[in-house]
Ligand binder design. Structure first.
Ligand SMILES: [Mg+2]
Length: 232
């Protein structure tokens, strides 16, 4: 009999597509401001604005929209037309309605683990948007708990895994961000399982902690059951 773990799942780009909607909107933004800046420069300025604003706005679409507006004002030297700002707002609002489609293997992986381990969804971003996506994904019923957090740090995992289980040492975090999902969970004493996604926001990139004994990488969630059988 295997010992039950608390298993934390990231949501965006681990259970369902997310970054692709940001990239699509960025392309639309680049088109809107094509007369003022080339796309690469624009992407760079936008990323700078997003990073500057993270501490105030947090992660998510609303902060992203405000950062697009800020960048538009910047690159036009304050001359951005109101119609363009309206277009940016429309693009942001459409992102808040994007369809939610679970990634391959996500549903099956959760289905197999339910009842055997304690499953916790741990995600950051706008509260309303994360709640909407969870409801639309149809995956909500598989989770014992949902934690929508403002950031994912070592102390986040210490707190969440203490609240929903026997502490970080008896827990595992699974996600597509080395920086947010894997490294801080390992620092807290948990297993950190990296499931790469081909689109990951550059702010979430980090070196893989190859030497950490509790670091693992799988190609997709269909490999999770085998990994669990091997480590517990
Ligand atoms: Mg993610």
């Amino acid at each position: 009999m295997t010992r039950a773990l608390t298993i934390g799942f990231d949501a965006d780009d681990t259970l369902w597509q997310n970054e692709r909607f940001f990239r699509m909107t960025e392309a639309r933004f680049a088109e809107l401001l094509g007369d003022y800046a080339d796309p690469d420069h624009l992407t760079e300025r936008l990323l700078d604005a997003e990073k500057r604003n993270l501490g105030k706005y947090g992660f998510g679409i609303k902060g992203f929209t405000l950062s697009m507006i800020e960048t538009a004002i910047e690159v036009t030297g304050g001359r951005v037309p109101a119609a363009t700002i309206q277009n940016i707002l429309d693009a942001g609002r459409e992102m808040l309605d994007h369809p939610v489609e679970p990634l391959p293997h996500a549903r099956e992986a959760l289905e197999r683990l339910v009842g055997r381990h304690r499953l916790v969804l741990i995600t950051k971003g706008d509260l309303f948007d994360q709640e909407r996506k969870l409801a639309a994904s149809g995956l909500g019923d598989w989770f014992d708990a949902v934690e929508i957090v403002s950031d994912k740090s070592r102390t986040t995992y210490e707190r969440v895994f203490a609240a929903h289980g026997d502490g970080p040492e008896h827990a595992m975090m699974i996600g597509n961000s080395l920086k947010s999902d894997v490294i801080p969970a390992i620092e807290a004493g948990s297993w950190g399982v990296f499931v790469p996604h081909d689109l990951t926001w550059s702010h979430e990139h980090a070196e893989a902690p190859e030497d950490a004994p509790r670091f693992r990488e799988i190609a997709h969630l269909g490999e999770l059951e085998e990994l669990l059988a091997e480590i517990i």
